[in-house]
Design a protein around this ligand. Structure first.
Ligand SMILES: NC(=O)c1ccc[n+]([C@@H]2O[C@H](COP(=O)([O-])OP(=O)(O)OC[C@H]3O[C@@H](n4cnc5c(N)ncnc54)[C@H](OP(=O)(O)O)[C@@H]3O)[C@@H](O)[C@H]2O)c1
Length: 231
């Protein structure tokens, strides 16, 4: 009987979810990884241990698809679910940047919660949210406030929907990670974490590091909380 942690990554074909795969896949005795993504497995950039990962192609907004991954592929045995989905930037008719799917995170979170609600042993759900939403708008450095009030306002309404769906799940079984503005910098392992931290940026690799080190391998101190991760 395997004692590896069984982890479902939703939105890991690139960026933070993909970094988590890069870090965990080389250790199949510790982590059994499953990925739900629309991108086919062969088009996802290679990494050490990719052959140890089970890829399922599908849309995570679709309740039936998420239910199938949880109940058929994973046979209802799930320890962690990571939601790292995000939309892409597109330009509207006035050449203003906006996001491709403004209900993505909330819909994916709702589909997931529906799929895991009745599992005998419910997993811990870790959702990627953002700084500057709800009451934390006041905690933003002032030069960033206009950005969060304009371009990021609508995607952040979606993040609030995701936070509401996930935080309605039992209190000891979720973590909502609020990242500052992302960079594609290195994994340093050196950053600040706290519910009221203030800062400008964080690298995607360090967000992945925090999720692994403190949320999956930690002592459980962030369960039921919304840690902010910043430099
Ligand atoms: N950029 C920032 O500064 C910043 C700051 C704080 C928080 N955030 C948020 O943090 C999250 C993670 O960001 P990121 O940059 O690591 O990743 P991202 O580029 O925003 O998201 C990428 C992933 O989302 C997946 N995805 C999108 N729609 C999907 C669907 N319907 N079904 C399944 N997968 C879907 C994509 O996979 P497929 O296309 O293969 O399906 C891809 O792997 C996002 O929600 C982002 O908004 C961003």
């Amino acid at each position: 009987m395997t004692t590896a942690k069984r982890i479902l990554c939703i939105g890991a074909s690139k960026h933070i979810g993909h970094h988590i795969l890069e870090y965990l896949a080389p250790e199949p005795q510790k982590y059994q990884l499953f990925v739900l993504a629309r991108t086919p497995a062969e088009k996802i950039e290679s990494f050490e241990g990719k052959e140890n990962v089970t890829f399922v192609q599908g849309d995570a907004k679709d309740e039936a698809t998420v239910g199938k991954v949880i109940n058929s592929e994973m046979q209802g045995r799930v320890d962690y679910v990571l939601i790292t989905v995000g939309g892409t930037i597109v330009f509207n008719n006035y050449y203003m940047p906006c996001f491709s799917d403004l209900t993505l995170c909330g819909t994916v979170a709702q589909a997931l919660i529906t799929a895991i609600r009745d599992l005998p042993s419910p997993p811990v759900v870790i959702g990627l949210s953002s700084t500057g939403i709800l009451s934390t708008r006041d905690l933003l450095p002032w030069p960033l406030k206009p950005l969060y009030r304009t371009i990021l306002h609508k995607p952040h309404v979606d993040k609030i929907d995701m936070e509401n769906a996930i935080s309605a799940y039992p209190a000891d079984k979720w973590i909502l990670v609020r990242g500052a503005l992302y960079t594609d910098g290195k994994r340093t392992g050196k950053y600040r974490v706290g519910e009221t931290e203030v800062g400008y940026t964080i690298s995607r690799r360090d967000v992945a590091d925090f999720i692994i080190r403190d949320c999956i391998e930690g002592d459980g101190k962030w369960l039921g909380k919304r840690p902010v991760v910043v430099y």
